[in-house]
Design a protein around this ligand. Structure first.
Ligand code: CMX
Length: 430
């Protein structure tokens, strides 16, 4: 843990003083108005969550600590985690130390395995992942330290220890879920000589093709963080703000990620593509795809993988996966359909006129790549996403602990109160 702790001790004063200076100089400055539509509409666009790890702009998409994600596609997830928490890219030595740290506890914790083995046959892999993390909550260094009266400004150190434990366990828990649900139940032991994502690829036991390990690496890099306002990150930081430890917080965040409008969309997306393949007995023409999309829209269904709450351009993570398919020359039917959809859907959605963003998000292609390289069980895809997103959510929670953020507590209003507030705001003073 020393590698991160030492670095964080260095950057901590900078984070804290920046926050303190903002509070002192601009504490009373209003930066936005909130409209009735925003209150009713899920707080869309209200700048009210502090997230230093990454940002998503409508015109550019994801930047991790200011670096566009397309400049990070060759990185390892360890590098991304280091960057997320410290704001700096690690040296080769720091990256290796972090890899070793995350591989230390890489066998599945027995108490988590016991819980997974007793879950119902039809339990969704995401429910299993969430439960697996709760099963190891009792190991939380943070909870113990808090109970023993650790001072508030040192609580981040125990949070860091919990993050490392969580991240070094989540890959083996996820791999165990995969092996229990979709294979014969035998687990593949990790190899301590391998880095975090290569070990994960190995423990899943899907394929020995180097492209598979590279896809797992890229997948874990691209999904690691997407600022603080999405359902899973917001849930995670809200739960942690009550001084719940990261096992509670990340487990709760994963429950949000499991929703079809959020992380589960990748599962739905692949189901959509497989459905197209089965219906046409292969790859349809673009005209046939166009007609099929219109049929869905006429039935009031969305086009999975398209649109985004924030983005207004093609998601750069989609581009990164697209480039990966080109690099490894992957062109099975699912990937071919995903590419054809990219040629067709934006025009259809533009003409339909409802979606604010007609372009693909990351889910439009990610599942097709996993499928092509051998992971055909698409109910597992959101677990892959969750393992990766745990990096960002841990980093965000750690940041909040470091700067001593208070408990999250926005004000809610009743419909009547909202009406009164709106009436008062529109009454012109005499
Ligand atoms: N197909 C059809 N209609 C769509 C659409 C799509 N792909 N995307 C948006 N719309 C519709 C919305 O349903 C909404 O219709 P109503 O006014 O009838 O409710 C209208 O366009 C306006 O929506 P929006 O402001 O453009 O989008 P939101 O911010 O409300 O929702 C999202 C964003 C992602 C939930 C939505 O685009 C969607 O459902 N996409 C398909 C599912 C998907 O790909 N989800 C993955 C998101 C990635 C992630 O966050 O993890």
């Amino acid at each position: 843990m020393d590698v991160l702790k030492t670095k964080l001790e260095q950057v901590l004063p900078r984070f804290r003083s920046k926050r303190a200076r903002l509070l002192e100089e601009y504490g009373d400055t209003a930066i936005a108005n909130v409209t009735v539509e925003q209150v009713i509409g899920g707080m869309r666009g209200v700048p009210s969550v502090l997230c230093d790890t990454s940002s998503v702009s409508p015109s550019e998409g994801l930047r991790i600590r200011g670096i566009p994600i397309l400049e990070l596609t060759e990185a390892t997830p360890e590098e991304i985690f280091f960057l997320l928490v410290t704001g700096e890219r690690p040296t080769a030595d720091e990256r290796q130390q972090l890899s070793r740290l995350l591989s230390t506890g890489a066998s599945v914790p027995p108490e988590a395995l016991a819980v997974l083995q007793t879950m119902h046959q039809t339990a969704h892999p995401m429910a299993m992942l969430s439960a697996g993390l709760l099963a190891i909550e009792h190991r939380s260094a943070f909870r113990k330290a808090y109970e023993e009266g650790a001072p508030k400004d040192r609580l981040w150190e125990y949070t860091l220890a919990d993050c490392i434990l969580l991240l070094s366990s989540i890959t083996s828990i996820a791999a165990a879920i995969y092996r229990l649900k979709f294979r014969d139940g035998t687990l593949i032991e990790p190899d301590p000589a391998l880095d975090w994502s290569t070990n994960f690829a190995r423990m899943l036991g899907v394929s020995n093709d180097p492209a598979w390990a590279d896809l797992v690496r890229l997948y874990l890099v691209l999904h690691a963080d997407h600022e603080g306002g999405n359902v899973s990150a917001l849930t995670g930081i809200t739960v942690a703000s009550a001084l719940s430890d990261v096992f509670y917080a990340v487990s709760a965040a994963l429950n949000g990620l499991a929703g079809p409008l959020h992380g589960l969309a990748n599962q739905e997306c692949l189901a959509f593509i497989l459905d197209i393949r089965d219906r046409f007995g292969g790859v349809p023409t673009e005209d046939q795809l166009r007609e099929l999309c219109w049929e869905r829209l006429r039935n009031g269904q969305v086009i999975p993988g398209y649109g985004h709450a924030v983005l207004r351009v093609t998601d750069p993570r989609f581009i990164a996966f697209y480039n990966f398919a080109e690099k490894y020359q992957l062109h099975d039917d699912c990937i071919a359909i995903a590419k054809h959809l990219y040629n067709v859907v934006p025009d259809v959605l533009r003409e339909h006129g409802k979606a604010k963003n007609p372009y693909p998000n990351v889910d439009a292609i990610s599942g097709s790549l996993l499928y092509d390289l051998g992971m055909t069980e698409f109910t597992f895809y959101t677990v892959m996403f969750g393992v990766s997103r745990a990096l960002g959510i841990c980093a965000q929670i750690l940041f909040h602990r470091m700067v001593g953020s208070p408990i999250v507590r926005p004000k809610s209003v009743t419909l009547d109160e909202l009406e009164q507030l709106a009436q008062r705001a529109t009454t012109v003073p005499m």
